[in-house]
Design a protein around this ligand. Sequence first.
Ligand code: GAR
Length: 194
Amino acid sequence: MLTVAVLISGAGSNLKALLDAAAEEDYPARIVVVGADREADGFAHAQAYGIPTFLVPWSEFDSREAWGAELATQLAVWRPDLIVLSGLMRLLPAEVVDAWSPRIINTHPAYLPEFPGAHGVRDALAAGATQTGASIIVVDNGVDSGPILAQERVPIRSDDDEHTLHERIKPVERRLLVDVVRRIATGELDLSAP
Ligand code: GAR
């Protein structure tokens, strides 16, 4: 059974999809802990499933490195096989990425390498694109630049705003994320050679 730590910053809809999947008897992964950089609404999903949570508040640290060191300490307690960044809106310091690589994956609401960064949905709309997408990648030390594990196109409608487009991307992300974690757990997907 693959053990997974999930890191979030917000609503945690992708987290909830993983928790729902992991509650199925035949799903080959279990979520052991959920962490966040702020008081995230998504903690409620973890609590509903009785999954432990931890908070490493970004605002209480002087540097990314100090924050990352505490995050690494918390993660080490749970010794997960895989870390999933599921809407964590912080770049991890190189020390954390290097310690866990390639066992850290990230969800992103665009068809990478198009529109990386914190505003993938907004940037796709601003560029006048007619399609965007969702991607699941291995985290490296760049911004959304790691190997792509899965991705799918999502069309942009002429009347889309950031909210409506993101709401159409999210179900695709959830499906891809649940499937990628399953394939990692079964060995179908080898993170060291994606
Ligand atoms: C998701 O769309 C995720 O891809 C995105 O934040 C959203 C979190 O939603 N992450 C990024 O943009 C990272 N650059 P959720 O909290 O409801 O899962």
